[in-house]
Design a protein around this ligand. Structure first.
Ligand SMILES: [Zn+2]
Length: 74
């Protein structure tokens, strides 16, 4: 009773949880106006991403582009 579909589900759940935690502990800095803002966890998981960057929209100036998430502890 090891492996199989159940193991795949557990791995998928862990991956989703990791992304959610990572998203909740990071923010973005708009390269256009310098505003720092948080993206929602759903946004973090659902937005297109490329080379570690996420397509997000700045709530301050509405600039939309790929931005790298910055850890809140930095
Ligand atoms: Zn901005």
């Amino acid at each position: 009773m090891t492996g199989g579909p159940a193991a795949g589900l557990v791995i998928a759940a862990l991956a989703l949880g990791w992304v959610a935690v990572r998203g909740s502990r990071s923010h973005f800095v708009c390269p256009k106006c310098g505003a720092a803002f948080k993206a929602g966890i759903a946004t973090f998981m659902l937005t297109p991403h490329m080379m570690g960057k996420r397509l997000v929209r700045c709530p301050n100036c509405n600039n939309t582009e790929y931005m790298a998430p910055v850890s809140d502890s930095e």
